[in-house]
Unconditional design. Structure first.
Length: 153
């Protein structure tokens, strides 16, 4: 089956039922999406499939045959960061960092759909992303900062 990941097309010879997370990590060596829980409850594995944030531990590769996948590696680069990545650095969101790629992918998806979210909308959109370090206030501040920059652009 064929999938496009971060703009590059890949032919995978894997079982259609293989979770996308394992195809990304084990077959394509794309390690930004993390294994956290395996049951789509923590958000560490969040990626975009055709522009929509999904939990890669629970979507099968066969379900996205021909689809476009974007991981944290494809969102921006160190030289040209995505607006959400820049806000994360600016607000020093990461502590241990394990959950942050999933957090950023969920935040980017939120801002793609709503460039002026309220605190309640941010909390609702990010509620399925867990952070053991408890950086939720910094996450909200970074999202609000990115939203403000989007509105100014």
């Amino acid at each position: 089956m064929k999938i496009t990941v971060n703009g590059a097309e890949h032919e995978l010879e894997v079982e259609a039922e293989m979770p996308l997370l394992w195809a990304l990590r084990d077959e394509l060596n794309i390690t930004g999406p993390k294994y956290g829980c395996g049951v789509a409850q923590c958000g560490a594995c969040t990626v975009h499939v055709d522009g929509v944030a999904v939990r890669s531990c629970q979507i099968a590769v066969g379900d996205i045959d021909g689809g476009e996948v974007t991981t944290i590696e494809g969102l921006g680069t160190p030289e040209v960061m995505h607006i959400v990545q820049h806000a994360w650095v600016e607000h020093q969101v990461a502590q241990c960092g394990y959950c942050q790629s999933g957090q950023i992918m969920s935040a980017a998806s939120l801002l793609e759909q709503n460039d002026a979210p309220t605190d309640d909308e941010i909390d609702a959109a990010m509620s399925a992303n867990l952070c053991r370090c408890g950086t939720y206030p910094r996450i909200r501040a970074a999202i609000k900062s990115a939203a403000q920059k989007l509105q100014e652009a």
